[in-house]
Design a protein around this ligand. Structure first.
Ligand SMILES: C[S@@+](CC[C@H](N)C(=O)[O-])C[C@H]1O[C@@H](n2cnc3c(N)ncnc32)[C@H](O)[C@@H]1O
Length: 279
């Protein structure tokens, strides 16, 4: 469908409708004036769905809440930026100190359960898998769960296939040759590592009563998108999904400060680990 000249224009009513819609569907808060962001992210959805304009997209969303458009809009509004061993500090702290504690705690069961709770395209979950293998735990029962709101990004995570550019970001060269194999111009994670991670769709705003108990949860670079009540609820639910004494890791711009004082803050080098009570 040809686009009209004002196809990308959002009037105040539709702007408010879309910010409410994105909040309701994902928890993501579009504060201040995020008009440019909505326009930039949603115009491809307009074109892909053969609609005439952003206001036509709003009408379609208003008319049919169960439309596949819903998923497309959520996918377009979520930021999937990630990389292998992102922010090296928590991985370094795991290697130097925390993993030894987890291993000591589970030395009888020989079992560790980890959760990458906003897994995006899987680099975080696979980084954890590689770290466990490098620590000599291949014979242990290792369960790594990767979850995300976005079904499309999880499909990429499941494939474990990455472009050269993605491999160049954060992954040490020794790990590249050891844990990946060439797949045409891309790289694919080796099968034994891929099989260590189970990916499933999960909205962090939902109850985590049937998740865990985990020894370690990475929930990084996602709380920043939420409002305070949502952050508090998620932090409380994550605490319930950790075993007593288990650890939560947040993104470098995130913390439990003024949100949940029940976690114990443990500093290891420059990394902060948030420990669930009841060791
Ligand atoms: C910036 S990425 C962070 C990826 C990884 N944790 C990292 O730090 O590299 C944020 C991810 O959070 C996901 N996300 C956004 N809202 C969510 C929600 N309500 N529930 C679960 N995941 C959500 C997005 O789809 C996106 O993949």
């Amino acid at each position: 469908m040809p686009l009209t000249s004002d196809a990308a224009v959002l009037d105040t009513e539709n702007y408010r409708f879309l910010t409410d819609y994105v909040y309701r569907e994902s928890g993501i808060v579009l504060d201040n004036d995020k008009r440019y962001l909505l326009e930039a992210r949603l115009m491809p959805v307009v074109q892909d769905s053969q609609l005439a304009s952003l206001s036509a997209l709003c009408s379609a969303l208003r008319g049919n809440a169960t439309s596949p458009l819903r998923q497309k809009v959520v996918e377009a509004m979520t930021t999937h930026e990630t990389l292998f061993f992102r922010d090296a500090t928590p991985f370094d702290a795991l290697k130097s100190e925390i993993l030894a504690q987890l291993v000591e705690h589970q030395k009888t069961a020989h079992r560790l359960s980890l959760w990458s709770a906003a897994a995006s395209s899987g680099q975080e979950a696979y980084s954890l898998a590689i770290l466990l293998l490098e620590a000599g735990l291949a014979t242990w029962n290792l369960n790594i769960l990767g979850t995300d709101l976005s079904a499309a990004i999880l499909e990429k995570a499941r494939q474990g296939r990455y472009m050269q550019l993605e491999m160049n970001r954060g992954l040490p060269a020794v790990h590249l040759v050891k844990y990946f194999e060439r797949d045409a111009l891309d790289w694919r994670i080796k099968e034994h590592v891929r099989k260590m991670v189970r990916f499933e769709q999960f909205d962090l705003r939902k109850s985590m009563a049937n998740k865990g108990p985990f020894d370690l949860i990475f929930c990084r670079n996602v709380l920043i998108y939420f409002d305070i009540p949502t952050k508090k609820k998620i932090l409380a639910e994550l605490r319930g999904a950790l075993r007593p004494g288990g650890y939560l890791v947040l993104g470098s711009a995130e913390s439990t400060l003024n949100l949940d004082e029940t976690y114990k803050r443990i500093q290891v080098g420059r990394a902060t680990f948030y420990q669930a009570p009841g060791n």
